[in-house]
Design a protein around this ligand. Sequence first.
Ligand code: HEC
Length: 135
Amino acid sequence: MHGMNKSVVAIGMAVLLAVSSGVMAQQTGEQVYKAVCVACHASGLDKAPKFGDRKDWGGRIREGQVVLTAEGLVGEGKMPPRGGKPELTTAEFANAVAFMARAAGATWKDPDAKMVGRIAAQEKKLLDRRKAKKS
Ligand code: HEC
């Protein structure tokens, strides 16, 4: 009886760990930057605002965190939507934008859930506007 209880507890712990690591799996801005955005933003490829360049980023930072992040999500010119990685969550993409903005002098924090919601709403607005233009 004792032994069985132990293994039940062990299985329970394993399940808990698996579930919580799933929830915690969100990537930091630095991780996303290094995995994805670096390909263009490190060198300034195709006029991408260059990492750490205050001149490239200054005007964009002045647009504000919600607006600029949403613009990156929908993409613009040679900037592919979501950096070309549709599997990134809105929060992960937003973390990467905040990480790059900080490198160029902004004081932006990684967005909380409330701001992620505002970014998603702004993204939808931009997409709707684009659709309206096309038709
Ligand atoms: C394939 C190259 C490429 C990749 C990968 C890429 N970007 Fe970009 N990005 C660009 C280019 C080019 C621009 C400039 C677009 C313009 O202003 O016309 C840009 C602009 C931006 C802007 C400014 C948008 C605006 O409206 O001025 C943000 C924010 C941004 N990128 C975020 C990211 C993030 C975050 C990632 C990684 C998840 C990423 N980008 C990955 C090429 C890329």
